[in-house]
Write a protein that binds this ligand. Structure first.
Ligand code: BGC
Length: 246
């Protein structure tokens, strides 16, 4: 069975039909650049372009980098503020012509759902926490395989700062931090998260999960097992499609 998945990000909007049994893309993904400013109408046009590229006319799952409840986007830390309060599921369904069901969920939640079924969290019970490190920090919390959506742990306060502004990959790049200095900040952040949730397993996602040897050995003071994500770049697309099946 296939369902279409789309991942909306600050720099690109990418999608592909997903083979749900394999948990992988059924075709090579198509990507368009996120328009700037990334307004709902502009981005919706891009989502339509990505879906139409494949001539897809079935259900579509879409990720968004903010809180999503009942298809409505509620926050937009790194996106245009015009998204706040928009019924994004309805907007996208309308732009697609009104015949295709659309499911929208948080990007980290989508990546987590994919990792728990097809990746690094497969078969893992207990408390599992996926953290995606990129422009922001996203989180997906699972208890015995069940998602607690919209946890937003990237916005915990760390030394008086919004944690993602200290420990995201963007913070590393903006501050020109060495791996060591960044890993030190990430350690502090993960220690704080561990104090609150005592996860059995941390899964680290986002682009940096392709270079785990650069920073995972430098993480200190965290009791839980820490592993890199397995699906990396396509986790969002796969998870979006999985969410649209339900
Ligand atoms: C947003 C989250 C999102 C994360 C990763 C954060 O700034 O608040 O909803 O999951 O970035 O994109």
């Amino acid at each position: 069975m296939q369902i279409f998945g789309v991942d909306i990000g600050g720099s690109g909007i990418k999608g592909a039909p997903v083979d749900l049994e394999r948990g992988d893309l059924a075709q090579e993904r198509h990507k368009v650049l996120t328009p700037q400013p990334a307004t709902p109408d502009g981005v919706a046009g891009c989502v339509v372009e990505v879906v139409r590229h494949f001539g897809w006319d079935g259900p579509v799952g879409v990720t968004f980098p903010g809180v999503v409840t009942g298809g409505v986007t509620r926050t937009a830390a790194n996106m245009d503020k015009a998204w706040i309060g928009v019924d994004t599921a309805k907007l996208l369904a309308r732009e697609l012509g009104g015949q295709q069901p659309v499911t929208v969920l948080n990007d980290a939640d989508a990546a987590g759902v994919a990792e728990m079924t097809h990746g690094a969290g497969r078969g893992r019970g207990g408390t599992v926490l996926l953290l995606t490190l990129g422009t922001g920090i996203g989180s997906a919390l699972f208890t015995d395989g069940r998602l607690v959506p919209n946890t937003e742990l990237g916005h915990l306060e760390l030394k008086g700062h919004d944690a993602e502004t200290r420990a995201s990959v963007k913070a590393k790049e903006d501050g020109e931090l060495t791996w060591e200095r960044w890993a030190h900040r990430l350690s502090k952040y993960m220690q704080h998260v561990e104090m609150l949730f005592s996860p059995d397993l941390f899964i680290i996602g986002g682009g940096v999960s392709r270079k785990p040897e650069k920073f995972l050995p430098l993480i200190e003071g965290v009791r839980a097992e820490i592993v890199p994500a397995a699906l990396q770049n396509n986790a969002g697309i796969v998870g979006a499609a999985m969410a649209a099946k339900r």
